[in-house]
Ligand binder design. Structure first.
Ligand SMILES: Nc1ncnc2c1ncn2[C@@H]1O[C@H](COP(=O)(O)OP(=O)(O)OP(=O)(O)O)[C@@H](O)[C@H]1O
Ligand SMILES: [Mg+2]
Length: 324
């Protein structure tokens, strides 16, 4: 059940990369809120800043080029941007955690599945050996790994891709985080397994009243697994609404273009978006609205000033001059 209190509140977050080409504004004033028990989808074309937004939330921005230069990340009211690294180590993985794109990257090939889950639980919870072992079994059962007693003694390469995916999910869930971030966690898998993983996660998420951020290129996944959607373009969130509202009444021309570009039948994920023109270079953003050069409704003001956020319907926000 979605409650009214915000587990996570991101305010005007800015993460920049200092490169030889100039300052890349990967995250350029991002604000959103996540309620307890809510799943928020984060969509947008490749390079718009989805992953860097997520890494900023857990304070793992690629160093030394990347730096969080402004904003607040309030987790249950505490600003994570004011924490030192030692404090962050206690928060990361325990209260806010992330499942990576490729499950092979988060699983260590030389340790058994059981050892890896044990390690995560041990770092964050004071439990006896037997209790931990029981908990490992329980977690594997939760993510539907058959014969957990046998599987926990095996290594990652002995599992299928879908199982590895669910195991990294189990590791992330084993500390009962308040916020779970899944960044493209499913793209390495085929469509059916993706759908299974997401519906399993949706089920766990609802039972545990977990809040989730799901980064995806796939609006099918958004429709199935997300309560709300935030659409990102060139480092900014340009539209944010409840899923059904966004599908029925998209307000921003970029969202409309994305939705119109959806293939009619299931296709490979990489080919989902194909809208006219190229996204802007994030180190040389045009003045005004960054979507203006590709927008078929462009007006004079769009070239000059970035549109402020407007509430176009209750709980539905967009940044577009067409909306006033
Ligand atoms: N280490 C880095 N140095 C410089 N620029 C970077 C670095 N990492 C990311 N960027 C830039 O930050 C921007 C946002 O990248 P990000 O990885 O967040 O995109 P994304 O929306 O997750 O894309 P995708 O859908 O392809 O995963 C991109 O323009 C990228 O070039
Ligand atoms: Mg990414």
């Amino acid at each position: 059940m979605i409650s009214n209190d915000n587990v996570l509140e991101v305010q005007d977050l800015k993460t920049h990369f200092y490169t030889s080409r100039g300052v890349v504004k990967a995250v350029d004033g991002v604000s959103f809120a996540l309620k307890r028990g809510e799943a928020l989808g984060l969509v947008g074309e490749s390079g718009c800043g989805k992953s860097i937004t997520c890494f900023s939330l857990i304070r793992l921005v690629p160093r030394p080029a990347g730096r969080i230069v402004g904003g607040k990340v309030l987790l249950e009211g505490e600003d994570l941007l004011t924490k030192n690294e030692k404090e962050m180590t206690k928060i990361r993985g325990k209260r806010i955690t992330m499942i990576l794109q490729d499950p092979m990257m988060s699983l260590n090939p030389v340790f058994t599945i059981g050892e890896q889950i044990t390690e995560t639980i041990r770092v964050h919870q004071k439990l006896g050996k037997m209790e931990i072992w029981e908990k490992v079994k329980e977690m594997l059962r939760l993510v539907r790994i058959p014969s957990p007693e046998v599987r926990m003694r095996e290594y990652p390469h002995q599992m299928s891709g879908g199982m590895r995916q669910r195991i990294s999910g189990a590791i992330a869930l084993s500390c009962q985080p308040s916020v779970l971030i899944a960044d493209e966690a499913t793209t390495a898998l085929d469509v059916t397994i993706q759908a299974q993983f997401l519906s399993l996660f949706k089920e766990i998420q609802e039972q545990a009243n977990l809040s989730m951020i799901v980064v995806t290129h796939d609006f099918g996944i958004v429709a199935r697994a997300c309560d709300r959607v935030a659409v990102m373009y060139a480092g900014k969130i340009v539209e944010n609404a409840e899923t059904r509202e966004l599908f029925n009444n998209p307000a921003h021309p970029y969202t409309i273009a994305l939705l119109n570009s959806l293939p009619k039948m299931e296709m490979k994920v990489d080919t989902l978006y194909s809208i006219e023109g190229q996204p802007p270079e994030l180190h040389a953003l045009p003045p005004g609205c960054s979507f203006a050069p590709r927008c078929s409704h462009v007006m004079e003001i769009c070239q000059r000033e970035y549109p402020p956020q407007k509430e176009v319907a209750p709980g539905h926000f967009a940044r577009c001059w067409l909306k006033g």
